[in-house]
Design a protein around this ligand. Structure first.
Ligand code: BGC
Length: 762
């Protein structure tokens, strides 16, 4: 048997090599025929001219002109088969006749919209994420897209940063598991792309989520040791999973913009992790290196190429200056060839040389996109991406109750779709009101409030994007009704109801790119509504739409239940109603800490101890590491989330208390569903290195399992630990498992772990 397996492995390896050498030969021949300009053209990526789905090609189109001159390798931002077919035809008849690659921001689904990535991560279920991503890949590929700008795997510890919505939260281990799931969902498990598999683009490489003070695009100031231990794992795992491309980020690291950072792109990604694909810049990131203070467009383009960047998105730096830099000896033919080859390899793997129209089948979209089946999957997925933060017993609701649904996010389609949804079907996204109405009979509705009390702020939030691109365009009026009138209407409805469902939080444009906030509370106008509702004495369920953790102290103290539903996508309202009425039992757990105050930020569970540690929930004490005016601990910790049932954890046991460097130990707990409903629970394992040569976090996630238990059922959950699980990057940046004692902790979240047991590594 072993021999057969070995022979099979050898054959696979051989097939891989043969394939590789065929690809090499093909590309050698092709590049042998290409002019320098055509090679540089491959390094150029242009936007299709906005995020449009219905475009027509004309000879005036800048992309067409460039294509005819052989100066374009790819186009992004469109998802229109007809438009892409026309461009492809021009590409094939121009220059070296090389097919274009078509990219798009398919971030949380495509035409069928899935929960935003932060929400997806709260499922703690990589298989579920892979399933969602598979649907996105099928839909993208059916609409002319073969390259998706996802996954976004930036670790973020500061919810002031709006793009925290786009990632998997604050933990590098969980982020790594999610990164792999996305890559496999998009690309499958090998280098041979089926025509419903697309090339992933891991972003934003690297460390974009560590922007100082949560201000978008801001400087990153971290040590190599810190990034290797706290931030890089998701990028690394995506490379190990075979991701075909990466996108460089806007920020700098160690004083060098990421887009020209040799350490990040070459030393780590390519040399240490073996990444073989190509790296594209973020949109205009090459050009932005001028503002970073590095040099003019020629200088920054040359340095970016030399550092390992292969494709320039929307700066025209490569296409406009590399020839000059070559003449002046600032770059070499080898540098250009290397980048060109990597892009051609991606096109080869996508099968574009065999059939340039492989992803441009006009028949597929109608049959495969936004189907009832895909929407059903979106609903199933969204059910598992909601976090029950509080429940005094009011949930689940009875379907025959009189329910007042109120709040500016109750009937808001785009807020349900989320920050990166560009679906043509956004207006069909099921709102919370619609979902509740489909499930219950006695439902009333009132908008209840504006978003903000300040009119200018409301305009900025709703129309800021439009104003950026079309400053002259008149914006629709806001605040057409005063907050007082809206509240009065909602209060009247609440008084007639048995229970109030208050739908508040952030609209889709309050998070995502360019949406940093210094105050991360529910906006004032909506809190006024909540206070007025509270005064009615009716039970209130707060349904929170948000793309980031918010400060919810008053809400936690005053609302009867809080269900965090993020932006759940196409089937949001149905999936939320499923949970509200108990047809689904909530099982999401936070992947980002919810702080008590914005002043605590950055606040994350895997922090280190100081020499004067202070317990998370203890009052102020002078000369310890704490605040005078706020506790150290979070309102809701990482890993936290309630269910309609309850789970009990036994003490943790180890199969042995000692482990040798090459050994294995099993850590176990028995989890019991002690309530009266079936439910899912994510069991989390954390470690703490008691003494180490460098300081280590107080807790680090090193394993998790999502299990399903029937009411009353118990199950033993085992985690196998090896030295690999205990390793970290030491002060010399060596990845080591140091001998000594490790605390092993298991529990339902990062705060409430069971008493640690000690594992000694010999
Ligand atoms: C964003 C990227 C995105 C790109 C293309 C940039 O502004 O940072 O995440 O993929 O635009 O749309």
């Amino acid at each position: 048997m072993k021999k057969i397996l070995l022979a099979a492995a050898a054959l696979i390896l051989l097939a891989g090599c043969t394939q590789k050498s065929e690809m090499d030969k093909y590309i050698d021949t092709l590049m042998g025929k290409m002019t320098l300009e055509q090679k540089i053209g491959q390094l150029n990526l242009h936007s299709a001219g906005g995020f449009i789905s219905a475009l027509k090609v004309t000879e005036e189109d800048a992309n067409v002109k460039l294509l005819r001159e052989g100066g374009l390798g790819g186009v992004y931002g469109g998802s229109n088969v007809e438009y892409h077919r026309q461009l492809q035809a021009i590409a094939l008849e121009s220059g070296a006749g090389i097919p274009l690659i078509f990219g798009l921001d398919v971030i949380h689904g495509h035409e069928t919209v899935f929960p935003i990535p932060l929400a997806l991560s709260t499922s703690w279920d990589p298989a579920l994420v892979e399933r969602a991503t598979r649907v996105a890949a099928k839909e993208a590929s059916a609409t002319g897209v073969n390259w998706v700008f996802s996954p976004m795997v930036d670790i973020a510890r500061d919810p002031r940063w709006g793009r925290i919505a786009e990632g998997a939260g604050e933990d590098p281990y969980l982020g790594g598991e999610m990164a792999k799931a996305y890559v496999h969902g998009y690309q499958g498990y090998d280098d041979n792309f089926d025509k419903d598999e697309v090339l992933a683009c891991v972003k934003h490489y690297a460390l974009y989520g560590a922007a100082e003070a949560g201000r978008d695009y801001n400087t990153v100031n971290l040590s190599r040791q810190e990034i290797l231990n706290g931030y890089m794992r998701p990028y690394q795992q995506a490379a190990f999973a075979g991701a075909g491309s990466y996108m460089s980020s806007f920020n700098e690291f160690e004083g060098i913009p990421a887009t020209m950072n040799t350490y990040l792109m070459d030393d780590l990604l390519r040399k240490a992790w073996g990444f073989k694909g190509f790296i594209v810049s973020d949109a205009t990131a090459v050009m932005e290196e001028i503002a970073h203070g590095i040099g003019d467009l020629q200088e920054v383009s040359a340095r970016s190429l030399k550092a390992g960047l292969d494709m320039d998105m929307n700066s025209d730096g490569f296409v406009g200056t590399l020839k000059k830099s070559l003449d002046e000896g600032k770059v070499s033919v080898k540098d250009i060839d290397r980048a060109c080859r990597r892009i051609l390899e991606a096109k080869y793997k996508l099968g574009l040389f065999e059939d340039p129209y492989r992803y441009l089948d006009p028949e597929r979209a109608d049959k495969e996109v936004y189907t009832a089946e895909n929407k059903a999957i979106a609903r199933e997925v969204a059910r598992d991406c909601q976090v029950l933060l509080k429940n005094d017993g009011v949930l689940p609701l009875r379907k025959d109750a009189r329910i007042a649904v109120v709040g500016p996010l109750a009937d808001n389609h785009s807020a349900m779709a989320g920050c990166w949804a560009m679906s043509k079907h956004t207006s069909e996204t099921v709102t919370i009101l619609e979902g509740i109405r489909d499930a219950a009979q006695k439902v009333t509705y009132a908008k209840g409030s504006n978003l903000f009390l300040d009119k200018a702020m409301e305009e900025t939030v709703l129309y800021g994007l439009m104003r950026t691109f079309r400053p002259d365009m008149p914006i629709p009026p806001v605040h057409t009704q005063s907050n007082a009138i809206l509240i009065a209407e909602a209060v009247a409805k609440a008084r007639q109801a048995d229970v109030v469902v208050a739908c508040v939080g952030e609209t889709e444009n309050m998070n995502g790119e360019g949406a940093s906030r210094s105050d991360i509370s529910i906006p004032d106008a909506q809190v006024e509504l909540l206070k007025a509702l509270k005064a009615t004495g009716k039970p209130i369920v707060l349904v929170l739409t948000t793309g980031r953790p918010l400060t919810l102290n008053w809400e936690d103290a005053n609302m009867d239940a809080i269900l965090c539903t993020w932006s759940e996508g196409s089937e949001a309202g149905h999936a939320i109603a499923d949970v509200l009425f108990g047809d689904a039992n909530p099982s999401g757990k936070l992947t980002t800490t919810f702080p008590v105050s914005v002043g605590q930020l950055p606040l994350y569970y895997n922090h280190k101890n100081t020499g004067r540690p202070h317990p998370d929930y203890a009052p102020y004490r002078k000369f310890t590491s704490c605040y005078m005016d706020v506790i150290n601990g979070p309102l809701y910790p990482f890993g936290y989330g309630l269910s309609y049932t309850t789970f009990d954890y036994s003490d943790v046991t180890l199969s042995a208390n000692e482990m040798t460097a090459g050994g294995k130990v099993t850590a176990s707990v028995t989890v019991t569903n002690t309530g009266s409903r079936d439910g899912k629970e994510t069991v989390q394992l954390y470690i703490h290195d008691v003494y180490s040569t460098s300081t280590r976090p107080v807790k680090e996630l090193r394993g998790f399992q999502k299990i399903e238990l029937k009411a009353g059922e118990s199950r033993k959950v085992d985690f196998e630990l090896t030295a690999e699980d205990l390793k970290y990057y030491d002060h010399e940046l060596q990845y080591v498992c140091e001998p000594g004692d490790y605390e092993i902790m298991i529990g339902p979240n990062s705060r409430d772990t069971k008493e640690p047991v000690i594992l000694t590594v010999k």
